[in-house]
Design a protein around this ligand. Sequence first.
Ligand code: PLP
Length: 450
Amino acid sequence: MPRPEPSLSTLASQVPADLDAYWMPFTANRQFKAAPRLLVRAEGMYYHDVDDRPILDGAAGLWCCNAGHARPRIVQAIQQQAATLDFAPPFQMGSPLPFVLAQRLAALAPASLNHVFFTNSGSEAVDTAMKIALAYHRLRGEGQRTRFIGREKAYHGVGFGGLSIGGLPNNRKTFGPLLAGSDFLRHTLDLERNAFSPGLPRHGAELADDLERLIALHDASTIAAVFVEPIAGSAGVILPAPGYLQRLREICDQHGILLVFDEVITGFGRVGNAFAAQRFGVTPDLMTLAKGLTNGAVPMGAVLASDALHGAFMQGPPAAIEFFHGYTYSGHPLACAAALAALDTYAEEHLFERALELGDYWQERLHSLRGLPHVVDIRNFGLIGAVELMPRKDAPGARGYEVFERCFRDGQLLVRCTGDVIALSPPLILERSHIDRIVDVLGEMIRATG
Ligand code: PLP
């Protein structure tokens, strides 16, 4: 299907003169609106801004578009679905695609994760997983297990559940005490011991034993679940040492605690397997997904649940609703169509394998930035990267933001900054030449920022 090339005046005319009405998420609204960065179209590895400048996407949008942008197969699937069945009520009714998609996801996931609950976002997936965990323990007569263990610096979305187990102070501090009884494992970022380690950090597996401290403090019988991102993204890419996740699994098993992997950013090939669970050889009881699930094209999230967990819900009378939870748009036909087309694209183009194949080159090129001014660490795994910069005195985050902005304006490169960490997560379709450009531009902008 030929894509119409919009003229510059058409692109510019999409932008209203007054930007005030839209309250932007996680954005300094007034700063942004004074000098907006607006993207108006996208294809493959590139966005185009309002002046039609191509912007190389070093972030897969926001860890979403693993197959690149506006892939015709996904576009057509959404268009066809919208014209065929635009919406179907998901409660006490069904339509075929959520069933098909659930089967496909179960086949892709570790062997025991065979049941899928659909949501519309990662945040909803996390809150859903928390509710599944609570209900599961209650069903088994262990209703006193109400406590959740998250981790410092973790990001589990913005629902009240996810916020309560998230460990990013800025996200939490304006909202009061949140869910009672949550506690936090120590984070695994250790620049003193691990700075500039290529791939996984060598040190830090023993940090999993921190869970024993929390079990001793609260008693295992009060703990419902431990939530971790196998690789934390929003706090600036924090990697687990080999053995860390295995150890968490062992401790959870010893104490009847559920282990939940939040794979919202690590899912769908980012680390070279379908899921980080497979790459690290550790199977959780629940897994949360979103983003790459539809290649970012339609909002969708999901929770994958183990046979054992799902089985506990399926014991009562068949006419009884097993789980009083759901969203109007759970398993939305458009989202399912997009997800199925995305999965087909990932498989046909062997994109998960590609993340593995390109991993060595990615690592080598990224680490060539070592030695640039203010670079205090470089981290990588799969097609994830992070360059951590020394914060400016009294202005944490300012240096990272400046690099991010320069990359966009002067380098025509989209990266993500979280504080003073520049995070990279390009679409998995990228070529070596794109890796070169990402690294060259980033290096130039770090030098220019000083
Ligand atoms: N969990 C993780 C690990 C994430 O990185 C994110 C978003 O970045 C979320 C949950 C929340 O997803 P959403 O923004 O779709 O609600």
